[in-house]
Design a protein around this ligand. Structure first.
Ligand SMILES: Nc1ncnc2c1ncn2[C@@H]1O[C@H](COP(=O)(O)OP(=O)(O)OP(=O)(O)O)[C@@H](O)[C@H]1O
Ligand SMILES: [Mg+2]
Length: 215
């Protein structure tokens, strides 16, 4: 499906990652809104995009080390006993600014509850030479991690982006439905309302995974 919309969001993300000092960017929003797609489009081959899962912390670090090794050769050859040593090792290897994205960040925190306070320490030291993008779909958890005044990372993000659904004209463009008649248009609007209001899913998926979402 053709990539549509997200011009403002992409600009905002690019700007945040190009600031003079390294940035901590938080992106959150409901499932299937296009968060991961947007991030991957903005990142370049010099950046690191890591999609976390629910496996335990040491295993996640080993997987992340392999992804980092694509940018910093042999990075995976060392073992990293904790998150702090890993983030510091990345800093050591960095000579020019790049971005490390941890997608599904709440999964990492589930397995490693100390992670937010480790990042708090690193961010507060202002020594990190690379940008961090932390992305998640669990809105409650993302809110609790960054917007709750008692949370370790509260007030640390340079940019907090809450992604909203793709707008209807762009959905039509993505689906190549420019020649829709009035009843098709009405139907699509209704479906979008239904998605937004009742199912909490993204209208961006009307094409590719729509059947699954409507079920
Ligand atoms: N701007 C866009 N234009 C067209 N299709 C898009 C766009 N953004 C996302 N999509 C499509 O929508 C689907 C969901 O996108 P994506 O996986 O990026 O969402 P997500 O918010 O990361 O979801 P999750 O929270 O489940 O990880 C994908 O099939 C993707 O190709
Ligand atoms: Mg995603």
């Amino acid at each position: 499906m053709k990539f549509v919309d997200r011009i403002d969001e992409a600009t905002r993300l690019k700007d945040a990652l190009a600031r003079e000092k390294s940035s901590l960017v938080v992106m959150y929003g409901r499932r299937r809104l296009g968060k991961s797609t947007l991030i991957k489009r903005v990142l370049s081959e010099n950046d690191v995009y890591f999609l976390a899962d629910r496996s335990e912390g040491q295993h996640q670090r080993a997987l992340l080390a392999k992804v980092i090794a694509q940018v910093f050769p042999d990075f995976e050859k060392l073992s990293y006993p904790d998150w702090e040593s890993m983030f510091r090792a990345v800093n050591y290897r960095t000579d020019k600014r790049f971005t490390l994205c941890l997608d599904e960040f709440p999964y990492l925190v589930e397995q490693s509850p100390e992670l937010p306070s480790v990042l708090q320490k690193l961010v507060d030291e202002k020594q990190l030479k690379y940008n961090l993008v932390l992305c998640g779909s669990s809105q409650n958890m993302m809110y609790g991690l960054f917007l709750d005044s008692t949370a370790p990372l509260y007030g640390r993000a340079d940019e907090i982006m809450r992604l909203t659904p793709i707008r209807l004209p762009y959905i039509q463009e993505a689906l190549n439905l420019n020649a829709m008649n009035a009843s098709q248009n009405y139907f699509l609007e209704k479906m979008q309302d239904k998605l937004n209001a009742k199912m909490g899913r993204c209208a961006a998926l009307l094409g590719t995974e729509g059947k699954q979402n409507f079920a």
